[in-house]
Ligand binder design. Structure first.
Ligand code: UN1
Length: 496
């Protein structure tokens, strides 16, 4: 198996690569080997990065957006040329299988070209004034310095969803990537440098949430925080930023369900469930972790799932045969194990999996067997809480209406899916499922970058990553009135 020699990662501040004051190890979750060292920084580095960003942003905002976008086109080209190499590195630091890693890099490529196109749009609105010889328009203006905090499960895609719209809209970025997966961040910073982005506009400060994250959310010169990650952390960020009237965009996970109705194409439903439950080893915000099944097809679906689960090869994601890679680390495994015990205690029936794989090569990495619980109900914690692992809770229901209710019974609202051939049910479902993303006859994952990504209820705070909607996070609206009448015209008064 290929091995990268230990890489010493550097912070990127004001266009300069800086050594860290101290480091922590980055582990390949498939092998347990140390593959890199990542700096542990603190508020000192954040302060300098924000200062540089603030300075650089002033000039950047004045460059016409189509010219700013040229940098993103170049970033897209570099990502495209390096896709295979980046995907391999991504698999080594995160564990997801190579095919999925390629898909993730592709998300970054798509985002680069899509947001580069925004350089020639960034549409505002013109509208008639109520007064004669007066012009009115709303335009987008950059917010200033943007703080970005991202998780390890999509180490490059999520960063591109946030930083590309921020940059094209005329902002500067200070980014804290997850310490588990710093290699993609390091590479993305190198790519921005190679693409010719002026110094100070894209800064990467590695370190822990308690230091770097806290410094970002409390820095007075950072006017917006865009965060994807754990629910408690997101709530903390929202509260802290609320006190400072700082704009915040949050995406904090899901408890996503696939609904399988009695008229569904069951083979297709099984494909969709396996892909969205076990892809990235279930460590996706959008992963399917509940299957809500009509009682008439419950037995067949269980049987088909069990049969197909046996065929899923587990192992190092660099092996082309492997379908399920490792879990990020032992803490991730321990959390999953805790939920297995909770599920059993609650009375759900464990049909498959439920254990860590420790024999032979598995013992060196962090692997968990794909797991299926059945006879769960909406009151159980395994049917309510995010597990972030390859675990499905199957919930039988008696009707379409009960299925919708079961889907909507959780505090999260990211993604949902329904398998049915009934067009009336399709339209009712897309209306009544209360999530930010709804799939019909497909699993709960597979969001495309030109549509809004995000969720309702406990998943977020009303903002969206990706899509044109992402621009709302990184811009303010300015209303501009130009009076060319040459006299004082009072709004609401001189209207005759
Ligand atoms: C995430 O899990 O935070 O639709 C992102 C999907 C991927 C992105 C997931 N395109 O599952």
């Amino acid at each position: 198996m290929e091995k990268v020699k230990t890489l010493r990662i550097a912070n990127f501040i004001d266009g300069i690569w800086e050594e860290g004051k101290s480091y922590t190890a980055v582990i390949n979750p498939a092998t347990g080997e140390e593959i890199a060292e990542v700096p542990l920084s603190n508020s000192e580095e954040v302060d300098r990065a924000v200062k540089a960003a603030k300075e650089a942003q002033k000039a950047w905002a004045k460059i016409p957006a189509p010219q700013r976008a040229e940098v993103l086109y170049r970033v897209g080209e570099i990502l495209k040329n390096r896709k295979e190499e980046l995907a391999r590195l991504l698999t080594m630091e995160n564990g997801k299988v190579l095919e999925e890693a390629r898909g993730e890099v592709q998300e970054g490529i798509d985002m680069a070209f899509y947001m580069a196109g925004e350089g020639r749009r960034l549409f505002g609105q013109t509208t008639p004034s109520e007064l004669p010889d007066k012009f009115a328009m709303s335009v987008r203006v950059p917010v200033g310095v943007v703080g970005i905090i991202t998780p390890w499960n999509f180490p490059i895609a999520i960063a591109t969803w946030k930083s590309f719209p921020a940059i094209v809209a005329g902002n500067a970025v200070v980014w804290k990537p997850a310490t588990e997966t710093p290699i993609m961040a390091y590479e993305l910073a190198k790519i921005f440098e190679e693409a010719g982005l002026p110094k100070g506009l894209f800064n990467v400060v590695f370190g822990r949430g308690q230091e770097v994250g806290e410094a970002l959310i409390h820095h007075p010169d950072i006017r917006v925080i865009s965060f994807t990650g754990a629910n408690e952390t997101g709530r903390h960020i929202a509260a802290e930023c609320g006190r400072q009237l700082k704009k915040v965009s949050l995406e904090m996970g899901g408890k996503n369900a696939v609904i399988v109705m009695d008229d569904a194409d069951l083979d297709l439903a099984v494909d969709g469930i396996l892909w969205s439950a076990f892809g990235t080893s279930g460590q996706r915000c959008t992963a399917c972790s509940r299957v809500i099944v009509h009682e008439k097809v419950k037995d067949s679906l269980e049987e088909m799932l069990l049969e197909r689960m046996k065929e899923l090869k587990i192992g190092n994601g660099l092996d082309a045969e492997v379908k399920i890679g490792p879990i990020i680390n032992q803490a991730g495994i321990d959390k999953i194990k805790k939920y297995i015990e909770i599920g059993k205690d609650e009375g759900a029936k464990l049909l498959a999996g439920g254990y860590q794989l420790t024999e032979g090569e598995f013992g060196k990495g962090f692997y968990f067997a794909p797991t299926l619980f059945t006879d769960a109900n909406i009151h159980m914690r395994i049917a309510q809480e995010e597990i972030f692992g390859p675990v499905i809770a199957l919930i039988p229901v008696k009707s379409f209406e009960e299925a919708i209710e079961a889907n909507n019974s959780v505090t999260y609202g990211l993604s949902s899916s329904i398998f049915t051939k009934d067009v009336n049910r399709v339209f009712k479902a897309q209306r009544d499922l209360d999530t930010g993303i709804v799939y019909v006859n497909a699993g709960t994952t597979g969001a495309e970058i030109h549509l809004p990504f995000g969720g309702t209820k406990g998943t977020g705070n009303g903002h969206r990553d990706s899509g044109v909607q992402a621009l709302d996070v990184f811009t303010e609206w300015r209303a501009v009135y130009v009076d060319y009448s040459g006299k004082l015209q009072r709004a609401q008064i001189d209207i005759e």
